[in-house]
Design a protein around this ligand. Structure first.
Ligand code: URA
Length: 225
């Protein structure tokens, strides 16, 4: 919010110099600032997507059906990052769909959020690795700068890596998920937490309780941020 207001006044200064003009309805104007910011960021993300969606920087470009850029609220305070698209995501072009997507949507609703409203979802790798194998370091090297650019446009308050692979890839830490959980890491200046991938909860329901603990922490963090 602070950044948005700062950006608004900078734009006003560029347009009108040091004279300030106030609307007689301040509530309406702060709403329209947010609306404009949302539209601008969405346009920036769309332009960025168009500039990279034909990427052939690594061999995954040849085998993908769709480049899975990411979806959600362009001004999201929460950015969820998975590892890479699987088959349903490759076919649909949207990250974390299918059973895991439904599970994720339920968790988001439980913390008062929803896909596309305060939340953005992306992957470290934008194209599906064959047979869902883990992304190779060479693929991460080529693709991670795209995620960094998305983050610089969305400016989330918190990044949550979903699953061990996403966590270890972003943090460059080859440790078990348990060692990455319940700690606030730093990802290029943005706080980052690591929790279970929703697909893991479908495979093992014992993960639901600790995952819920993580999301309660996330809800508290965002409530206070
Ligand atoms: N797993 C992920 O990490 N991301 C997807 O988009 C799908 C499955």
């Amino acid at each position: 919010m602070k950044d948005t207001i700062h950006k608004y006044f900078k734009q006003q200064q560029l347009l009108y110099g040091n004279e300030l003009y106030f609307s007689i309805n301040p509530e309406q104007s702060s709403e329209s600032i947010l609306k404009n910011d949302r539209i601008n960021t969405q346009q920036e993300l769309d332009t960025f997507n168009e500039s990279i969606c034909l990427c052939m920087e690594c061999p995954l470009g040849k085998t993908r059906t769709n480049f899975v850029f990411g979806v959600g609220d362009p001004n999201a305070e929460l950015l969820l990052v998975g590892e890479a698209p699987g088959e349903p995501e490759d076919l649909s072009g949207e990250p974390i769909v299918g059973g895991a997507g439904k599970m994720l949507d339920k968790i988001l609703i439980a913390i008062g959020k929803k896909r596309g409203d305060g939340v953005y979802i992306a992957n470290v790798i934008k194209c599906r690795p064959p047979n869902n194998r883990d992304p190779l370091p060479s693929e991460v090297d080529k693709c991670e700068p795209y995620l960094l650019e998305q983050i610089s446009k969305i400016r989330p308050k918190l990044i949550v890596a979903l699953g061990r692979v996403a966590g270890k890839t972003l943090l460059k830490l080859d440790v078990p998920l348990q060692e990455m959980r319940e700690k606030t890491h730093d990802y290029n200046g943005t706080p980052l937490r690591v929790t279970y991938h929703p697909a893991a909860l479908l495979r093992n329901s014992n993960f639901k309780k600790p995952c819920w603990k993580d999301f309660q922490w996330i809800q508290g963090f965002l409530g206070n941020a």
